[in-house]
Design a protein around this ligand. Structure first.
Ligand code: DAK
Length: 260
């Protein structure tokens, strides 16, 4: 396990587990934590031995937001720089070439909810609490929350959450589609690992391409998104994974994907 100042990073076979470990501030994202997260994702971008990432938090929070102490001290120039750096991290997570699963173990507020939304799949503990409380601080979401939340749960629910600044329970987050599954707290990591292993048993090339099509397609018209899918489908037909996957089915055996 690598221990950075604010993160625990552990490789379990082909799964990279990243735990935000700043419990004294409920894992709030200060500048240093954002730098470390960016570094870890950058360092593993081309690491073929990693097939999936699980992102979680230590203690009772996933991430309780951007660090309010740092935000309070930020002037216009610093505020812009902080926002740029945080947005870059969210973008890195969303476009990371392997799936990133958020295991939302507790409070996911403000920047923490935004980081969970930048992940591909959100599994949550029944104890989790989610929200965008920035209006309580005279702020608006700064790491993509106004955009990603409305895409995930629709305009009305996003307005309700962001304009009220209220926290919601995991059950409510599940009901509106902000989290994908909820589990008893003691089962959360086990379920996240189970899902990661299931995804890792599939074709790495297909998983990467499907993630790209879903993410890029959401920013396109349906027509253009379908064209993107058509082109990617053509590309995948030339891969060894497709050759192996289809041959294995026809030969009634388990596929052994080469990942290319
Ligand atoms: N930042 C810094 N410290 C935090 C923190 C945060 N976000 N959240 C909690 N802490 C610290 C508390 O100050 C406390 O520290 P000590 O007093 O012990 O030194 C410690 O964590 C434990 O917190 P509590 O004692 O408050 O714990 P409770 O269980 O009683 O309450 C809570 C838990 C999560 C309900 C409460 O801590 C809370 O309301 N926290 C603040 C949550 C919040 O408002 N999060 C949103 C932050 S604003 C932008 C870029 C980014 C953003 C906006 C703009 N641009 C640059 C434009 C993003 C903004 C945000 O995320």
């Amino acid at each position: 396990m690598t221990e950075l100042k604010n993160l625990l990073v552990e490789k379990r076979d082909d799964i990279l587990m990243i735990t935000v470990n700043r419990e004294k501030a409920l894992n709030a994202l200060n500048d240093e934590t954002i730098t470390e997260l960016q570094q870890v994702f950058n360092n593993h971008k081309d690491d073929k031995s990693i097939r999936c990432v699980i992102l979680t938090g230590a203690g009772k929070a996933f991430v309780a937001g951007a660090d309010i102490g740092e935000l309070a001290a930020a002037d216009v120039t610093k505020g812009k720089a902080v926002s740029e750096k945080g947005l870059k991290l969210m973008d890195t997570i969303q476009n990371y070439p392997r799936p990133v699963i958020a295991a939302v173990n507790g409070f996911a507020l403000g920047g923490g909810c935004e980081m969970a939304m930048a992940c591909d799949i959100r599994l949550a503990s029944e104890k989790a609490r989610l929200g965008q409380p920035e209006v309580n601080l005279g702020l608006i979401p700064g790491y993509g929350g106004t955009q990603r939340l409305s895409r995930l749960v629709g305009r009305g629910k996003a307005m309700q959450l962001i304009l009220s600044g209220e926290m919601i329970t995991a059950a409510e987050a599940h009901r509106i589609g902000l989290v994908d599954e909820i589990y008893p707290p003691e089962q959360l990591m086990e379920k996240a690992l189970e899902l990661a292993k299931l995804i890792n048993s599939k074709s790495p090339v297909a998983v990467k391409m499907a993630k790209e099509c879903i993410n890029r397609g959401l920013d396109m018209t349906l027509e253009n998104g379908c064209k993107l899918e058509m082109n990617k489908f053509g590309d995948i037909c030339g891969t060894e994974d497709k050759k192996e996957g289809t041959a294995a089915f026809l030969e009634k055996r388990k596929a052994n994907f080469p990942g290319k």
